[in-house]
Structure formats: C-alpha cells, structure tokens
Design a protein around this ligand. Structure first.
Ligand SMILES: Nc1ncnc2c1ncn2[C@@H]1O[C@H](COP(=O)(O)OP(=O)(O)OP(=O)(O)O)[C@@H](O)[C@H]1O
Ligand SMILES: [Mg+2]
Length: 264
C-alpha cells in the first residue's frame, strides 16, 4: 500500500510516487497528516544556460512520511541533486512549495528566510553528501560536537548533553570505539558513517543523502545503506536518498525516477 495519503490541501494531479516494498499501512500511523515530513508540491527550478535556461527540476511533486525512505533515481544530469538541494534549503525553487513539518507547524522551504533556513538545517534537516566533508584534524566526537556549536555559545550543561548525544550516535553507527580518533585516519566507509551520525545530531525529521555510497566499495556501501535505512525506521526520520544504483534504490520503501528534471 502506498504511503501517499490524502492531503489537507488540494492534491497535485500527478501521482505522488510509486510505492515499493511497503509494509507499513497508513492505518498504522496515528495521523497521516502529521506523519508527513516533506511534501514537495509542483516544484520548478531552472538555471541560466547561455541565452536560455535549463530546467533542472520540472514541476515535481512528492511526499515522504516520517520513518519512510524514498529513492530518487535517474540518469546523470536528470536533476536528482538539484531536487535534493531544494529540499535541503540550499537552492531556492522558482515556483512551487516545499512543505516541511516542524514542531512549530508546516514551513514552506521555498520561501523561508535565510536565517530560518540555516536554523532548520541545524535542527530539522540532516544532509549527507557523496564525500563525507569531514575535518580531518578533528576527532570523530569533535566532528559531531561541532555541529551543535554552530551558531551558539554552549553552556556547560549543553556541552555535556552534546557530548553524550555524540557518543550515543557514534555507538549507533558502530564507531563508539573511534570517538577519540581523528577522522583523517578512518576509512571511507567509517567516515561516511560519521557523516550520517553528524547529520543526526540535531534529531532531524528529514534526512537527505546524495549518492552517499557511490565513493565506497560494495561492502562499505551496504553498511552505510543499512545504517541509513535503519535510522529512518528507528529514529522516525524521512529519508530522501539520491542514487544511481538500482540495488540501493530497491532497498527503499518507494522510488521516483527523474528524466530531464521531471518525474516519469
Ligand atoms: N548551479 C548550477 N548552475 C547551472 N546549471 C546547473 C546547476 N546545477 C545543476 N545544473 C544543471 O541542472 C541539471 C540537473 O543537474 P543535477 O546536478 O541536479 O543532476 P543529477 O541528476 O544530480 O546528475 P548526476 O547524476 O550527474 O549527479 C543539469 O543540466 C545541470 O547541468
Ligand atoms: Mg547529482
């Protein structure tokens, strides 16, 4: 059964997304409206291209519930990263809405102010890129703690809480024993698992991952996928996963395919 549920606003005419491997039915959810983490509605994004413009995201509508994973697939240049960047507040769409459900209600990421977007990226949206983008000189624990220090001067209590959460998450990703090692000394797979832990520091409702396993060998890639899918289910996070790999996409609850920016 699809997790696409009736919306409290007019539904787009296109199908939201195809559902695969679904075990959870909407009836098991307390309230399908509040369980929707992300609802992209008719999103359009274009970039200048010489005298004309290239359409990177072509009127895409989709929705992801908390605890569910959605794979975004499609050929190179089809708009996968652009779509993810819109959901991440890193790129503003030309039109359409990007509703994120937060503890304060729904926020339209398409129109949110820059400071609020930065706040949301700290608290509600976790992002994992293809390269883990870690600071090699920091230890694994410091890498996670530094997320919580951004934009605030932490009190001693807050520092203690942050440290506890960092250690907890390092355990979750199987790297508790590496807390004091500098990340420069870790393998690609281990670094990517730390990047996942870092993305979870703010207890986000939405986790966005852009080809997080493509730089890893198949074993390390599978471990990172296990972690991402396990995290989505256990931490009740909505996961949007961009991938070229059909085997990776098949492990997600649902998938969409983009061609020339449009869902097909
Ligand atoms: N910052 C930008 N400026 C101009 N054009 C861009 C920009 N970012 C993306 N594009 C264009 O938008 C289209 C979609 O690009 P995007 O990177 O989203 O594709 P993708 O599906 O992620 O590709 P890949 O699988 O190679 O990562 C492409 O035509 C690309 O050239
Ligand atoms: Mg890309």
């Amino acid at each position: 059964m699809s997790s696409a549920a009736p919306l409290d606003r007019p539904a787009p005419t296109s199908p939201l997304y195809t559902s695969r491997n679904h075990t959870m039915t909407t009836s098991t959810l307390p309230d399908t409206r509040t369980s929707t983490a992300l609802h992209m509605d008719d999103v359009l994004l274009t970039f200048p291209d010489g005298d004309s413009r290239v359409t990177a995201v072509d009127h895409v509508s989709l929705r992801i519930d908390r605890g569910h994973s959605l794979a975004v697939t499609g050929p190179s240049g089809s708009g996968k990263s652009s779509l993810l960047a819109v959901a991440a507040t890193l790129t503003r769409p030309e039109s359409g809405h990007v509703w994120l459900t937060t503890p304060d209600g729904e926020v339209d990421l398409a129109t949110v102010s820059r400071p609020r977007a930065a706040e949301l990226r700290r608290a509600e949206i976790g992002i994992v890129f293809q390269q883990s983008n870690l600071l090699d000189s920091l230890t694994a624990r410091e890498q996670l703690e530094s997320m919580a220090w951004l934009g605030s001067r932490p009190s001693r209590t807050r520092r203690r809480e942050t440290r506890r959460r960092a250690d907890e998450l390092l355990d979750v990703v199987g790297l508790g024993s590496a807390a004091d090692r500098s990340v420069g000394a870790l393998s690609g797979g281990q670094r990517q698992r730390i990047a996942v832990a870092r993305a979870l520091m703010g207890s986000p409702s939405l986790l966005l991952a852009d080809e997080p396993t493509s730089a890893l060998d198949s074993e390390a890639g599978a471990a990172v996928m296990d972690l991402l899918l396990g995290t989505a289910a256990e931490f009740d996070v909505a996961l949007m996963l961009v991938t070229h790999d059909p085997a990776v996409a098949a492990r997600c609850d649902s998938m969409v395919r983009l061609v020339d920016g449009a869902m097909v």
